[in-house]
Design a protein. Structure first.
Length: 78
């Protein structure tokens, strides 16, 4: 961090819906996502600045109960 404090800004890069309806229990659902090259950069961290990414999984149940989980990502340019 720096003396001025922290600023955090989240931007949605991509949004996909993976399943809908009565999803079969115990069935693995693979998640594959290609990040658009023009809108993403590698993960970056310096003394006063960093760019980080995460995947947010949102599950909305039939009774409108919402479950969310965040997973950090490290993007590398190849």
């Amino acid at each position: 961090g720096c003396a001025e404090g922290y600023a955090r800004d989240a931007t949605e890069i991509q949004n996909i819906q993976i399943a809908d309806g009565d999803v079969c229990r115990g069935l693995p659902i693979p998640i594959h996502m290609v990040f658009p090259r023009l809108f993403t950069c590698p993960t970056l961290e310096t003394t006063n600045f960093k760019v980080e990414f995460e995947v947010n999984i949102v599950v909305l149940l039939q009774d409108d109960h919402l479950i969310t989980e965040n997973f950090p990502l490290k993007l590398c340019r190849m």
